[in-house]
Ligand binder design. Structure first.
Ligand code: AMP
Length: 111
């Protein structure tokens, strides 16, 4: 089943891309909780951390290393918050793994 984020990645519904490569995309969150709020999403439709398999190890490492690059690109030189919600009980609403990157404010909300 195609996820909301797969549809954005495939151009079926609009998204505001700030970065993309062969492994992942970064889009602006449609309901930003901070002056800067983007979502890093792997092109592979992994549901969440519970859905990871050993073959995803390289991809997840790639994403972690890409976070500070994106944060720098977005001017978050004073720091930023990363959030990765897993499952309904963890606040996950879109079941396609994504890392929230938030920043640009003195105090950030819990998301
Ligand atoms: P989560 O609760 O971790 O699953 O986060 C899902 C995030 O996706 C929320 O912060 C939403 O604001 C965001 N979101 C929902 N629909 C869209 C959309 N069409 N484009 C960009 N972000 C979205």
């Amino acid at each position: 089943m195609s996820t909301l984020f797969s549809k954005i990645i495939d151009g079926e519904i609009p998204g505001e891309f700030v970065y993309q490569d062969e492994h992942l995309v970064v889009i602006k969150d449609i309901y930003p909780k901070a002056p800067v709020h983007v979502l890093m999403i792997p092109r592979k439709p992994i549901i969440n951390l519970d859905d990871l398999c050993p073959e995803d190890q390289t991809l997840m490492g790639y994403m972690m290393l890409k976070v500070p690059e994106i944060a720098a690109q977005l001017g978050l030189d004073k720091g930023y918050r990363t959030i990765l919600n897993t499952g309904k009980g963890g606040g996950q609403e879109v079941f396609h793994l994504h890392i929230h990157i938030l920043g640009g404010a003195e105090a950030l909300p819990f998301t």
